[in-house]
Design a binder for this molecule. Sequence first.
Ligand code: 6CS
Ligand code: FE
Length: 296
Amino acid sequence: MTTAITDLYPTRGAAETAVPRQDPVVWSPPGTPGPIAPSALQSYERDGFLAIEELITPNEVAVHRAELERLVSDPAIRADERSIVEPKTQDVRSVFEVHRISEIFEALVRDERLVGRARQILGSDVYVHQSRINVKPGFGASGFYWHSDFETWHAEDGLPRMRTVSVSIALTENFDTNGGLMIMPGSHRTFLGCAGETPKDNYKKSLQMQDAGTPSDEALTAFAQRHSIRLFTGKAGSATWFDCNAMHGSGDNITPYPRSNVFIVYNSVENAAQEPFAAPVPRPSFIGARDFTPVR
Ligand code: 6CS
Ligand code: FE
């Protein structure tokens, strides 16, 4: 007899819904040793994000920036299905599964400054659910509309619980003008189920411009009034850790200054992907991993 998997976070039905989060934000017990200080962990729990002024050094930024430039200018990478191009300019927008393509990014994923923080937040061993470099070149790169990553990772990749954390490391300076990450503090405590079924092969469009899984103007207005909006700026090497269910987005970049980052998603090995909760088939493994080997 197959046990029906209860869906705690229904989404992509006929109407938009909102339910309270039913998962902890920080999964490790208070006092668990780790690289994040207790006060910082408390603010992560409260806000759903944690900004770090320097996660990697300027020298390390230079190495990773050079690697990003090498990858995005390699015709083989550009032709790879794991590369997504900008709809307008056809410039490379993102390269997925970058920790499997590049030894430099593979080493970064295993760096204790990253994986140690992820284990502390998620309270277990972790594996990489997704990694990507985002180039966000100047002169017109388009942003990402408001969304909760978990809404997509639950609906299309089959992650059952909110036990997933992302880190975005700036590889160029994030000014308040070049399309920086915006997060609504505290929004991670409410799950917004979006209206509208997942189209077939949705990822082929959603990674350029997300449609399914985006909230209504009314819901976003209520969220913004309740939570406000925080814009993240910082030098190259700074990083933002944020909870999988934080409502976030970023604007277009029409300045001459690129806003490049490396984005790594750690998922608890206790929260491995199952069947999609609201999509006909899972997305390809380069977007939602199906190899749950813990990061060592
Ligand atoms: O669909 C996804 O998995 C990706 N899309 C966005 C806009 N953020 C999370 C993730 O990289
Ligand atoms: Fe996102």
